[in-house]
Design a protein around this ligand. Structure first.
Ligand SMILES: Cc1cc2nc3c(=O)[nH]c(=O)nc-3n(C[C@H](O)[C@H](O)[C@H](O)COP(=O)(O)OP(=O)(O)OC[C@H]3O[C@@H](n4cnc5c(N)ncnc54)[C@H](O)[C@@H]3O)c2cc1C
Length: 378
């Protein structure tokens, strides 16, 4: 599935790093609901934060496929760390690259590469999740500033990020758009921290904006067509999320396969029983299909460099649901031990379930596919 030696090398280097630096600590981070900030520092040192940032801003200018390779490997050890990195690779900084002025790019992109400016992406509000056209956070135009009021909730990296990409409504033209709000802005505060079932290392919090004055140069998108542009960027974001589900599923499958060869019943390994072989066979088939969907979506650039709505949504829906099935069966294969926190199987299942919500629910993506199909000429 990987096309070049560079891609294969990236996979192997990331995998080695993950096994030594992330895997041994993932259980502790999950139990303590701890945001592993040290990972971001290591990612900066390894050049991973700049993976997709153009060379002229200090990055290496690589594409979505490379991000997917890295995220899959990291998610095998800790899906929270992968989601946090995903936001830096496939979400907010891409908006800056595409829609910011040169001065803002020069300020923020090199700072991201060095780990000094980490981003969040803030869409969800306490009363508005799936339907972004109903957002209530409001930006009022006042001279050379936007004055922002509202609350966001469940924001990954909310407690850590230096720059929040905020989706909101503009009062003058009623359009949905977005701007960058820096954490030092007066009137900004971090609200309550989330206590999720899984993905507990995301640093997820509420964000509260009370008369925050944001300079106009921090505007990214406003006016007719802005929401459409934001949604096109989501196509790439979905593939990044799908690769994290793929990583979780891969880890669960590998653990279950290993265990089925070691654990014996009546002198025979579990894998000698046909009932268990069938479970493992179904897991292997699902995993293979997930890989094909995710990697072909990551290579698809037909929409101005982004994958299209169908390809990206299909990859994310299938991978999210596949990861839940695989993690659930893998837990079963471990018997009662699978249900114990001594083993990572129960964490994989909690992480897999969480991935159906991050970046919007997969049910809403089915609507995206429905709308794509209704417009498609067969
Ligand atoms: C671990 C985690 C991390 C997150 N990180 C972020 C983040 O970084 N930034 C951010 O902005 N948000 C984040 N979120 C929030 C997430 O994006 C929202 O939870 C999601 O968009 C759904 O919104 P909601 O929770 O308000 O559900 P609602 O919109 O209230 O939906 C409730 C239910 O209705 C279904 N539904 C809604 N509309 C339709 C429809 N038209 N047709 C069919 N079914 C529908 C949904 O699928 C869901 O099952 C995160 C959430 C989690 C759990």
């Amino acid at each position: 599935m990987l096309r070049s030696n560079v891609e294969e090398l990236l996979k192997q280097c990331t995998s080695r790093f993950v096994k030594s630096q992330i895997m041994p600590q993932a259980r502790k981070w999950d139990e303590n609901k701890q945001y592993p900030l040290e990972n971001m520092k290591k990612f900066a040192e390894l050049g991973l934060l700049g993976l997709r940032i153009p060379k002229k801003y200090g990055g290496s200018g690589r594409g979505l496929l490379d991000a997917v390779i890295v995220l899959e490997q990291i998610a095998k050890a800790d899906a929270s760390t992968a989601v946090n990195l995903h936001v830096q690779l496939n979400a907010s900084p891409l908006f800056v690259m595409l829609y910011s002025g040169e001065e803002v790019k020069r300020k923020l992109l090199p700072a991201l590469v060095s780990g000094k400016a980490l981003f969040s992406m803030a869409q969800t509000e306490p009363e508005v999740g799936s339907n972004l056209t109903e957002l209530r956070t409001l930006a009022r135009v006042e001279g050379s500033y936007y004055v922002v009021n509202g609350t966001k909730t469940m924001i990954t990296m909310g407690s850590i990020a230096h720059v929040h990409l905020v989706y909101l409504r503009f009062d003058d033209d009623n359009s949905i758009g977005c701007l960058l709000l820096e954490k030092e802005t007066k009137g900004f505060s971090v609200g309550k921290s989330e206590n999720f079932l899984g993905l507990r290392g995301l640093g997820s919090t509420e964000l509260v904006f009370q008369d925050c004055r944001v300079p106009k140069e921090n505007l990214l998108l406003k006016g007719p067509g802005s929401l459409r542009k934001m949604l096109t960027l989501f196509n790439g974001t979905r593939v990044g999320l799908a690769s994290i589900s793929l990583g979780i599923a891969g880890a669960a499958f590998e653990e279950a396969l290993k265990y089925s060869k070691l654990r014996t019943i009546s002198g025979k390994p579990l894998i000698a029983f046909q009932g268990l072989q069938w479970k493992l066979a179904d897991m292997a088939i699902t995993l293979e299909a997930m890989k094909h969907l995710v990697y072909s979506a990551a290579k698809d650039t037909k929409l101005n460099g982004f994958p299209d709505q169908f390809t990206s949504s299909a990859a994310r829906i299938f991978s999210s649901e596949g990861a839940i099935k695989i993690a659930n069966t893998a837990l079963d294969i471990f018997g009662g031990y699978g249900y114990s926190k001594e083993f990572p199987m129960e964490r994989y299942l909690r992480e897999a379930k969480g991935m159906t919500f991050v970046g919007g629910t997969i049910d809403v993506l089915r609507n995206a596919i429905g709308s794509y199909l209704s417009k498609k000429n067969m």
